[in-house]
Design a protein around this ligand. Structure first.
Ligand code: PLP
Length: 423
């Protein structure tokens, strides 16, 4: 077995070449904790890849996967369907509001965004309207495939090649720490209004309910309601990227539930299968789906993947929904999230910390510099809490199964790491 000091043939994405060698090796995960190759256990403050909402090695998810694996692994989605996918899409139609009833199943968040963009842009062609402009947040992140990549204005994800459709990026009017006020909401809406008015008719607006990679920006209450109205006024589609926020992460089933709106298109991944197997979904309104009867070439959706809606992954997703309901994980995310935010909020008095913000079980500790963030995150890891540090912001998003005792331990260890970094 390869240990952490030998050379590796694995090329890890999103990681500098200089950091490819000797990475941390995780060998086991149980409940809310993970163990490295040297035998150290950590509280998992990042839910695997921000997706293990039901915790690790959940017996009901393993059982669902095992049973489905022995019955039917998968079958061609173009010539047939199977029970796990039929059940899952029917359940999503129940969970999602309004006319959001047509779901296409895919493998990754980027694929869901890719499909969402193709569907939205093609919809306008299907109904004979010439619209292809998209408005989105500059600090948004929607995935790394070519179309999804067009949406982000973040420097590390920006595309160097020709844009396949026009995209207008809206900048944050204020730093993330000042954005949850009514004035900031007015400024944000003014910026989106200006983007609508300066250019060709808008096909779609794409936003995350909470900007994860773009600095863990918690948007002001009421912003999505006003954005929905703006889209309605211009007849444009509203696409909500729930890849990170969906399935309870923010203390509600979906991030947009905080504002009680109904989007036209919703993308989901990560929590949908608790990360046990790759799975993603894009759900659209019946009106959008019906327009594809008039799609000029195949009168349907010209998009799909061999393993999209894989039967084992879909069976796990159905078990995830059962576990979430039985273990009241959305409610737990809201309650534990409040405790986590209150506990880590005390760090605001430390001179290294410029803000602590969050919604449900995602909390960001913003530090004065990337160096400070790196130092605190490394000290927290040494103390036994895994976090995710990006450009000075430490993100803590533990599984939705996190207990009050886990929260207390996370708070105590990150606080100690911050004090130690300040000394
Ligand atoms: C909001 C959001 N959208 C899309 C994606 C892309 O998902 P994936 O990495 O599964 O392609 C991510 C991934 O982190 C995300 O956070």
């Amino acid at each position: 077995m390869q240990n952490s000091t030998t050379a590796s043939s694995l090329w890890r994405p999103w990681t500098p070449i200089s950091k490819q060698a000797a990475p941390l090796q995780i060998v086991e995960a149980r409940g809310n904790r993970v163990r490295d190759v040297d035998g150290n256990w950590y509280l998992d403050g990042i839910s695997g890849v921000l997706n293990a909402s039901c915790g690790h090695a959940h017996p009901r998810l393993i059982e669902a996967a095992t049973q489905q694996m022995s019955r039917l692994v998968h079958y061609d989605p173009m010539v047939s369907s199977h029970e796990p996918a039929e059940t899952l899409t029917a359940r999503l139609a129940e969970l999602l509001p309004g006319e959001l009833t047509a779901t296409c199943l895919l493998n990754s968040g980027s694929e869901a965004m890719e499909a969402a963009l193709r569907i939205a842009l093609q919809h306008w062609r299907n109904i004979g309207e010439d619209r292809d402009r998209v408005i989105t947040f500059e600090a948004g992140y929607h995935g790394s495939t070519y179309l999804a990549q067009q949406l982000s204005g973040l420097p590390f994800t920006v595309s160097e090649w020709a844009r396949p459709f026009p995209v207008d990026h809206v900048a944050m009017p204020r730093p993330a720490r000042d954005v949850r006020t009514e004035e900031a909401c007015d400024e944000l809406i003014a910026a989106f209004t200006a983007a609508f008015e300066n250019g060709t008719p808008v096909a779609a607006v794409v936003v995350e309910p909470l900007l994860g990679l773009g600095g863990c920006v918690v948007l002001p209450p009421g912003f999505l309601t006003r954005l929905r109205k703006l889209c309605d006024r211009h007849g444009s589609l509203l696409i909500l990227d729930e890849v990170f926020t969906g399935f309870g992460r923010t203390g509600r089933m979906f991030g947009f539930d905080h504002d009680g709106i109904t989007p036209d298109v919703v993308t989901m991944s990560k929590g949908i299968s608790s990360g046990y197997l790759p799975l993603a979904a894009v759900t659209v309104t019946s009106t959008i789906k019906d327009s594809f009867a008039r799609e000029p070439i195949i009168q349907g959706l010209r998009y799909g993947h061999t393993t999209g809606g894989h039967a084992v992954a879909a069976a796990v997703a159905n078990a995830v929904l059962d576990v979430m309901a039985d273990e009241k994980l959305v409610e737990n995310a809201a309650a534990r999230g409040d405790e986590l935010l209150a506990g880590l909020g005390l760090l605001r008095s430390n001179p290294l910390i410029t803000d602590v913000r969050g919604l449900g079980l995602v909390v960001a500790v913003e530090t004065v510099s990337p160096d400070a963030g790196e130092t605190i995150a490394a000290a927290a890891a040494r103390a036994g809490v895994m976090t995710r540090h990006e450009r000075g912001i430490i993100r803590i998003a533990p599984p939705l199964t996190t207990t009050a005792a886990d929260v207390a331990e996370i708070v105590q260890k990150i606080s100690a790491a911050t004090d130690q970094a300040h000394r």
